[in-house]
Design a protein around this ligand. Structure first.
Ligand code: C2O
Length: 338
């Protein structure tokens, strides 16, 4: 199984490499000598957290979200809940900040580009959301969704564009602030002109429809192909959902190298839009999973036994098995609004 704990030595974290800037970057989480405990899914009597579309949020909810992020940013730099610490987790698990124990060192620890993509990000958001809830004392807090799969969501939701808000990030493609997102976007493309917009929306929806249709019977097409412990992620192993998700990153971030923030693994989670974007990706996995009767898409042990390590909302390091992400009845994030 792809077991992070057996696979890496948490105490042996070092700098990682950012391909775009060719620089070594620091991305190690604060090291804790405390015992790692097994993740326990939330009890079913916990209040439901409902993830709502960012463009439909009530003013009061937006204030709550802003307050949570402001508090995360105000924490001491070495607190595992600190905004930058949380953002850095994304990089730690992508670009070789840990050596693999007992395997070829050339093989990077990488959660993108394969079937690990969806479950890893699900856990990442799960804890992020609960940490914000803790910081504002609201056990019902749920991350807003940037639902770029609907017509209204095909533009950047306004909550992210208020320059005086803690949700603002200046390192984005400013020419896209009010533009319509064309899924076929490539760097250098002009924004769709108003007369073209209808057509672009229809085409985007068509791409989504096709994506679900084509992969109905083939989870690896939608979610990505297998990667097993000790092996590098094979090329072309990413699923159609991850590929489309990459375009959203590219469109949001600046069009020039090093593409900070949203266009680069290293910095993507420095932008709070990352979490709205991924809440949408997770929603689409949920839709896919329910369309197949809520059963695990893969039967291999390498899938069911895979596990990750995170800081939870008690600042405790927990080991999360992938299996748990299927206990839908208990998992409040499954209750999401489109
Ligand atoms: Cu870890 Cu949107 O990528």
């Amino acid at each position: 199984g792809y077991n992070f704990l057996a696979w890496i030595k948490l105490s042996k974290c070092h700098t990682a490499f950012d391909g775009a800037t060719q620089e070594q970057v620091k991305c190690c989480p604060p090291y804790s000598t405390a015992k790692v405990v097994d993740f326990v899914p939330p009890p079913s009597h916990e209040p439901l957290r409902v993830r709502q579309p960012a463009h439909k949020l009530e003013a009061e909810y937006v204030e709550k979200f802003k307050e949570g992020i402001a508090r995360m940013k105000a924490l001491p730099a070495d607190d595992p809940w600190n905004f930058m610490q949380q953002a850095t987790i994304h990089y730690t698990y992508c670009n070789g900040a840990y050596d693999q124990v007992g395997f070829n060192e050339e093989v990077l620890l990488q959660v993108h580009g394969s079937w690990l993509f969806l479950p890893w990000h699900r856990y990442y958001l799960y804890f992020y959301e609960r940490i914000i809830g803790r910081l504002i004392g609201d056990p019902t807090f749920a991350l807003p969704i940037w639902n770029w799969d609907t017509q209204e969501g095909m533009r950047i939701p306004k909550i992210y564009l208020d320059t005086s808000s803690p949700l603002y990030n200046d390192l984005r493609n400013k020419s896209h602030y009010t533009a319509l997102f064309d899924y076929k976007f490539a760097f250098g493309d002009p924004n769709p002109s108003p007369p073209q917009e209808e057509e672009v929306i229809t085409h985007n929806l068509h791409i989504l429809h096709k994506m679900f249709k084509e992969s109905e019977k083939s989870p690896s097409l939608f979610m990505g192909k297998p990667v097993v412990a000790g092996e590098a992620v094979p090329s072309n192993a990413s699923g159609s959902l991850e590929n489309l998700h990459n375009d959203v990153h590219m469109w949001t971030g600046p069009s020039k190298s090093p593409y900070h923030d949203m266009g680069n693994f290293y910095t993507a989670a420095h932008d709070i839009m990352f979490f709205g974007h991924h809440a949408n990706v997770d929603k689409m996995w949920d839709i896919y999973n329910s369309s197949r009767g809520h059963t695990p898409e893969f039967k291999q042990d390498d899938w069911l036994e895979a596990s990750f390590v995170f800081y939870d909302e008690n600042r405790q390091v927990v080991k999360c098995k992938l299996q748990y992400s299927y206990q839908a009845e208990n998992l409040p994030w499954m209750s999401i609004c489109r």
